[in-house]
Ligand binder design. Structure first.
Ligand code: AMP
Length: 115
């Protein structure tokens, strides 16, 4: 599914430029425009899905592939020893773009619990 007014659908489709670091038939990853760490990559399914809450059992393989893509990207960017993978699910959790995305963050110290 492709949403006309979804910026991440447009990035996946190549209609808006992004600094892509990974692409396959199902997943796209690119640098965040407003990085919160020296390495800040967004990983998205190409097909529109609002958030993780919208996923069903039929998405199990895709969600697994996203995690494996994250590990591969971390390795390619040489941050595999220390990175954080997070999704903000819902507005109150900090989600501002309603197309499922995972933040891959690395290159600085991270606090726990997160803010
Ligand atoms: P979230 O707040 O979890 O929904 O994350 C959305 C992220 O998308 C933010 O970190 C934004 O900086 C990032 N973002 C928004 N538009 C773009 C874009 N066109 N290219 C790259 N990153 C973007």
């Amino acid at each position: 599914m492709y949403l006309m007014d979804c910026i991440f659908c447009k990035i996946a489709a190549g209609e808006i430029n992004a600094r892509k670091v990974y692409e396959d038939g199902e997943i796209t990853a690119f640098w965040d425009l407003n990085p919160q760490a020296p390495t800040h990559i967004l990983i998205i399914p190409n097909k529109h899905m609002e958030s993780l809450s919208a996923a069903g059992k039929e998405h199990a393989e895709l969600l697994g592939k996203i995690q494996l893509a994250a590990a591969e990207i971390a390795k390619n960017l040489k941050v595999e020893d220390a990175f954080r993978l997070v999704t903000n699910n819902g507005r109150k959790a900090g989600q501002s773009v309603n197309h499922l995305h995972y933040h891959l963050l690395a290159g600085r110290r991270f606090n726990w619990p997160p803010g």
